[in-house]
Design a protein around this ligand. Sequence first.
Ligand code: URA
Length: 190
Amino acid sequence: MFQNWEDLKKSCENCQKCELCKTRRNVVVGVGSPDAEVMFIGEGPGENEDLQGEPFVGRAGKLLDKMLTAVDLDRNKNIYIANIVKCRPPQNRDPKPGEQEMCIDWLRNQVKLIRPKIIVCLGRIAAARIIKPDIKITMEHGQFIEKNGVLMMAMLHPAAILRDPRRKPDAFNDFLILREKIKEICDHTY
Ligand code: URA
């Protein structure tokens, strides 16, 4: 376990624990404020993220940023964004359970350093790994559950909203629910 961000980042960027290191162009460690009270967790880098070394910078990321802005959240100010796996799975396939297992300690270390009050899982893969393995995201998105003293919520993945824009109002409502919870339990003025 690393006690500071520089050591964590350096070590993560040199990780060779699984096969994904062979095809990656950049390790996508995460982005945001180390003091964030709210942390977002996605699945894994896609092509744009792999090229730029930052999570959620493609089309889905642009939509995510828009919804974040609408509730006064900003990756450069008051949240932290990371993924379950830090390297792009080829052809954007789902990360394999073994790859997730190899990678999860990086995320654990990130959570330990940030100590967020709220964790939002974007999409089924993240929600299944972090909240509960059999989560039904279409039914359970927008609901908070407490786990290890942290409030956790699953949201639809922004890529799923792009594929089916009819889900947008539902998805946006989750951000409004999140905003209310932040007002209730977070210290920073958002
Ligand atoms: N999808 C994810 O789950 N994470 C990213 O960083 C980009 C797209």
